[in-house]
Design a binder for this molecule. Structure first.
Ligand SMILES: C[S@@+](CC[C@H](N)C(=O)[O-])C[C@H]1O[C@@H](n2cnc3c(N)ncnc32)[C@H](O)[C@@H]1O
Length: 251
């Protein structure tokens, strides 16, 4: 009965144009609605939706069935009316391709494949990782694709709760384990204030990330220049901290 009602609503939604992401998710049948992601996406994407963007989503959907999947890609295509939607999947999903939707076959854990895809796309404005949800794969994809993301771009990881599930390489005992997805991104948080950390070994992300948002099951990274030159005030504060015997920050 519930399924039938859903089908009727989906059919009705095909008759009425909408740009509401919750309704578009329902219309196209992606589980992003059920996970509660569409509310967050509305906030993050509302200013971007009329721009001409390159959007890459990892994970087409439908796994080894070549004819099933692409629900979210069709949702993005309808929402971002002027944008090109790209996707990758380990399985052949060429049947799903349509105008403004292009799909590459390969693994998100394969660095050279990702580089080839990114070079073909050119620069990317939004990356959404909804692939294997394996921590190692998520981290490899981020480390590889971040440099192809435009400044001002957004990188999103869905289902980050796998960070606590051992079958996905997660760890629910050591929350600072940086081989779990959440552990890895927690470490990047320190880099937001890299200029204030004496003797920091700089990473490629220092100065390149404006914000990192942690939601239940979801992480959002905004790329952009984050270079606040040290002001006399900051230097004074650091000196004071270094002279304080209780302060753990020392040269
Ligand atoms: C949850 S589904 C994606 C759902 C789709 N994004 C949506 O919202 O409609 C996950 C997809 O990721 C693909 N996948 C699994 N492991 C992958 C990997 N290592 N690299 C790329 N894609 C992978 C699966 O084949 C599956 O089609």
């Amino acid at each position: 009965m519930k399924k039938q009602i859903k089908k009727i609503i989906q059919k009705a939604l095909h008759l009425f144009p909408t740009d509401d992401l919750y309704l578009l998710a329902l219309k196209h049948g992606t589980d992003k609605r059920g996970h509660g992601y569409t509310g967050v996406y509305k906030e993050v994407f509302s200013k971007l939706k009329n721009q001409q963007l390159n959007i890459l989503e990892i994970g087409v959907g439908g796994f080894d069935n070549p004819n099933i999947g692409g629900a979210s890609l069709r949702m993005w295509k309808e929402y971002f009316k002027r944008s090109n939607i790209f996707s990758i999947d380990v399985y052949d999903k060429s049947q799903i391709e349509e105008k403004r939707i292009k799909i590459f076959k390969g693994s998100q854990n394969d660095v050279s494949f990702l580089e080839r895809v990114a070079n073909e796309i050119g620069t990317i404005d939004i990356i959404i990782d909804d692939g294997s949800h394996i921590c190692e794969h998520i981290i490899t994809s981020f480390n590889t694709l971040f440099s192809y993301l435009n400044s001002g771009g957004v990188y999103i990881i869905e289902d980050s709760h796998t960070s606590y599930l051992p079958q996905f390489g997660g760890d629910y005992t050591n929350f600072n384990n940086n081989s779990s997805t959440v552990g890895f991104f927690k470490e990047l948080v320190d880099g937001l204030n890299y200029e204030y950390i004496p003797n920091r070994k700089h990473t490629v992300y220092d100065g390149e990330i404006i914000s990192i948002l942690f939601y239940p099951k979801m992480i959002i990274v905004h790329k952009g220049k984050n270079k606040h030159r040290l002001t006399p005030y900051n230097i004074n504060e650091i000196n004071k901290a270094e002279n304080n015997p209780d302060c753990p920050i020392k040269d």
